[in-house]
Write a protein that binds this ligand. Structure first.
Ligand code: FPP
Length: 230
């Protein structure tokens, strides 16, 4: 059983296109899938679930689509926070979320504070997240420690880097899932993926259900993880 699963939720646009619907409908159905998978993660006993909701590159999308995604995010936090709070879900955000609109930042901070005492499942939502940016921030912080003499450059270990990442307080990443048939990491959790198992499916994100998650976990259970050993 993996402790920490991450998902690149891809294919909302194609889901909508196949049905001659606007892309916004695909994202809306994508949020329904998020809801089901967060519930399933808790039911299945996952300690942590990290979802790639908005990358630092997603700002390149047309302004109306960015607006749709931000609106859905806002609605999601408002509508779902009570359920999280009641079900032992601790909300966490990774990425530069403080650069989002002030009302969204306030909602996020409130939701984080309200669920900070929960310990059943950590739901980390990646917002304005890019793994290279996360690694640059970690590097700058370590460089500062080296410069002020609190850390010796020749004593650096992977744990020093891990401790500076946005995921520092989460279990190691065991399994990365990407939907919609694409097979790339798209600047998501690059450091954390070092020994993660990768699982790809052609299913588009709005069609992804708890049965798909269960299949991924079953495949994971059958894999032999060696972490470079033999
Ligand atoms: C990829 O579909 C999906 C995203 C841009 C991010 C996922 C966003 C959501 C599920 C909705 C908001 C999330 C939360 C947590 C409220 P795409 O548009 O890249 O699809 P395409 O590749 O088929 O065009």
């Amino acid at each position: 059983m993996p402790r920490h699963v991450a998902i690149i939720m891809d294919g909302n646009g194609r889901w909508a296109k196949k049905r001659y619907l606007p892309r916004a409908m695909g994202h809306r159905r994508g949020v329904e899938a998020v809801r089901e998978i967060v519930r399933a993660a808790g039911d299945m006993g996952l300690e942590a679930l990290t979802l790639y909701a908005f990358s630092s590159e997603n700002w390149k999308r047309p302004a109306d689509e960015v607006g749709d995604l931000m609106g859905l995010l806002k609605h999601f936090i408002i509508a779902d926070i009570d359920e999280f709070a009641a079900n032992g879900v601790r909300l966490k955000v990774i990425g530069r979320y403080r650069e989002l609109a002030p009302d969204i930042v306030a909602l996020i901070d409130d939701a984080i504070a309200r669920t900070s005492g929960n310990s059943r499942t950590t739901l980390a939502v990646a917002l304005n997240y890019g793994a290279q940016d996360e690694l640059l921030r970690a590097t700058a912080s370590l460089a500062g420690q080296i410069a002020d003499g609190t850390l010796a450059a020749d004593s650096l270990t992977p744990d020093h880097v891990s401790a500076q990442l946005d995921t520092a307080d989460m279990p190691p990443l065991d399994l990365l899932i990407r939907t919609s048939g694409e097979q790339r990491l798209s600047n998501f959790l690059l450091w954390q993926c070092a020994y993660a198992e990768l699982w790809f499916t052609d299913t588009l994100w709005p069609d992804f259900t708890r049965q798909h998650l269960a299949s991924a976990l079953a495949d994971y259970a059958a894999r032999e993880r060696r972490f470079g050993g033999r």
